[in-house]
Design a protein around this ligand. Structure first.
Ligand code: FPP
Length: 243
């Protein structure tokens, strides 16, 4: 047995971390369980990661829970995921509110059952003034769809073409109010953006781990932060050079 000390928390903590919680299906399959059992384990894991995010001083966390493409999954799985959303709000909302979490939804609510839409809106309204952590839940979210939605709003509001710039578009994205993500974490080893925050993550640092989402715990998040702390962020510029 080794006595390896856990790494120290780096000085530079990303203000906004976004996570693609991938690998629930494989986690379940490896245990001979149905895919939904993997999603349930994924939700349980979310609690651990949220606690760790607060502990590490992350102020904005965005999680990819259901994409605009996930409707193509088998109907039972889609229904199961929608039920999970419903149950999670019932079960966790009071505690999240007590812990100062501000819940936001990014994506479109339109395809959800009206009662569930209402539940999401009430959760968002209840927690809107909380400041400990902003938790953006991407549900029926797609990055391309988000840009289309933003442009539709801008056109409806009658902006002249010359008035359209990056800041205006950013203000019309679902994530308006959160800074761009500094770090995007993807579990389960896949090397794809999967239509996640494609505008906002233009200069994010990526961290991909083979760990499946239900197994991704506090120390894995810490490892991602340590790696982020080592990265030199240039935003297209050059490293600081003397003279
Ligand atoms: C990706 O794993 C995971 C999803 C598409 C769903 C993630 C959803 C949750 C963790 C639960 C819902 C969350 C909230 C906030 C209510 P996958 O199914 O693609 O896994 P695989 O690639 O191994 O098949």
């Amino acid at each position: 047995m080794t006595d390896a000390k856990p790494p120290a928390l780096p000085e530079r903590i990303p203000a906004h971390v976004a996570i693609i919680m991938d690998g629930n299906g494989r986690w379940a399959k490896a245990r001979g369980l149905p895919r939904l059992a993997g999603h349930r384990a994924g939700v349980d894991n979310l609690r651990r990661v949220l606690e760790a995010a607060v502990e590490f001083g992350i102020r904005h966390l965005t999680i990819y829970a259901f994409s605009t493409e996930n409707w193509a999954r088998p109907p039972d799985e889609v229904r199961g995921l929608l039920n999970i959303l419903d149950e999670v709000i019932d079960r966790e909302l009071a505690q999240l509110h007590k812990n100062g979490v501000c819940l936001r939804h990014i994506g479109r609510l339109e395809r959800l059952d009206p009662a569930l839409q209402e539940k999401v809106q009430q959760a968002v309204a209840l927690t809107r003034d909380n400041t400990k952590l902003v938790l953006n839940i991407a549900w029926n979210y797609g990055g391309r769809d988000e840009i289309v939605h933003a442009l539709q709003q801008i056109l409806r509001q009658g902006y002249a073409p010359e008035a359209v710039d990056e800041a205006l578009i950013a203000r019309h994205l679902f994530t308006a109010g959160s800074p761009d993500p500094d770090l995007v974490v993807r579990t389960s080893g896949e090397l794809r953006t999967s239509n996640f925050l494609i505008w906002q993550a233009a200069y994010a640092e990526w961290y991909v781990t083979p760990t499946l989402w239900p197994d991704f715990g506090r120390d894995d998040l810490l490892a991602a932060l340590v790696e982020f702390g080592r990265r030199e962020r240039r935003f297209g510029g050059v490293p600081d050079a003397p003279g």
